[in-house]
Design a protein around this ligand. Structure first.
Ligand code: ATP
Length: 324
């Protein structure tokens, strides 16, 4: 990613430059550049341990970067302070609720920790997350989805321009996930910028407008969800005879460019997405084609990484629905 210029830094909801965090000898985050524009729902996607929480904690000033800078709404976060009031609402570690207290009382206590809040503010936040009506019920009777919405309500109380959520869909069942998705889309439509982290591709695809893929502390891809889901017309071709394949590829009008990148394999860029023509051209030239496959997209790379780490690919199931 290109370094953001000063104008971008000042107007962006979040601008992160060369952000790094080291724990002992291990880099949790390394050289991260990130730009979240106003109005985006930006998903920081990556497998467990990728560095998402560490990044988010640095964004909200909870931990100090080893190197690099973070700007939120043009203001530098870090040694010199945090964002101004109302700029950011964050859900970083799920708050612990008192089971025997009502949702309203829990929210009043949590929100009141940092500043005095009015009943109107609490009601507004509870209405946003559709808990007004259940707000007098004990949290002990809430489903996981309702607890999560209550936690988001706490982040909403300051009516932030930027909402930062670390794994908001963690452990939600499909209904809970749909509720959170609907809520975030509504908030975005009202002008709130959202930055969330997730290890669930499915969720990010459904909620986010933009996504940054983080693996082993580094941002490996970023763009709109549509961009990252589209692969370009690039194929990996494995052949029996490299010399014959080189000659054939050089002759084919369909082939825009190619490079040999393994003992028997090539990356081939096509003018048009016609892999069957590529295959036919090679076979007609007497080249034995052992394999032909489209290059993976950045998001598919994450899928594979997740699969390798045996992380769930879909939202966790098994949580109960809403309490009656
Ligand atoms: P998860 O969803 O599992 O939390 P993540 O993408 O949010 O994953 P981080 O929690 O940011 O990842 O962790 C990134 C790496 O940094 C991991 O290897 C983790 O073990 C390490 N790490 C995080 N916090 C600390 C800490 N306080 N001390 C030492 N290592 C840490």
């Amino acid at each position: 990613m290109e370094q953001p210029d000063l104008g971008e830094l000042m107007s962006a909801a979040v601008a992160v430059s060369e952000l790094s965090k080291r724990y002992g000898r291990k880099w949790a985050v390394r050289g991260l550049d990130l730009l979240v524009e106003p109005g985006q729902i930006y998903g920081l996607l990556g497998p467990n341990g990728a560095g998402k929480s560490t990044t988010i904690r640095m964004l909200v000033g909870l931990i100090r970067p080893t190197a690099g800078e973070v700007f939120v709404w043009g203001r530098k976060i870090g040694v010199n302070g945090v964002a101004e009031d109302g700029a950011v609402g964050a859900l970083v570690e799920g708050p612990a609720f008192y089971e025997y207290f009502s949702g309203y009382r829990n929210l009043a206590m949590l929100a009141g920790l940092s500043k005095k809040v009015s009943e109107t503010e609490l009601e507004w936040a509870l209405r946003q997350v559709r808990l007004w009506g259940r707000h007098r019920d004990r949290v002990g009777s809430y489903s996981h989805g309702m607890r999560q919405r209550l936690a988001i309500a706490q982040a909403l109380v300051p009516r932030p321009r930027l909402l930062v959520l670390d794994e908001p869909a963690q452990g939600l069942d499909p209904q809970g996930l749909a509720e959170v998705r609907e809520l975030l889309k509504k908030l975005a439509a009202q002008g709130t910028t959202v930055l969330l982290s997730s290890h669930l591709l499915h969720e990010v695809e459904q909620i986010c407008t933009h996504v940054g893929v983080i693996v082993k502390g580094e941002l490996i891809a970023s763009g709109t969800v549509a961009e990252l889901l589209a692969s370009d017309d690039r194929y990996e071709v494995t052949v029996a005879d490299v010399q014959a394949a080189t000659a054939a590829l050089a002759q084919m009008a369909l082939v825009r460019e190619f490079s040999q990148d393994g003992e028997n394999s090539f990356t081939v860029w096509l003018h048009e997405d016609e892999p069957q023509q590529l295959n036919a051209g090679l076979v007609n030239a007497g080249v034995g084609v052992k394999g032909l496959r489209k290059r993976r997209t950045a998001l598919e790379d994450v899928y594979l990484q997740l699969a390798a780490d045996e992380q769930p690919l879909l939202p966790g199931a098994g949580e109960g629905g809403e309490a009656p």
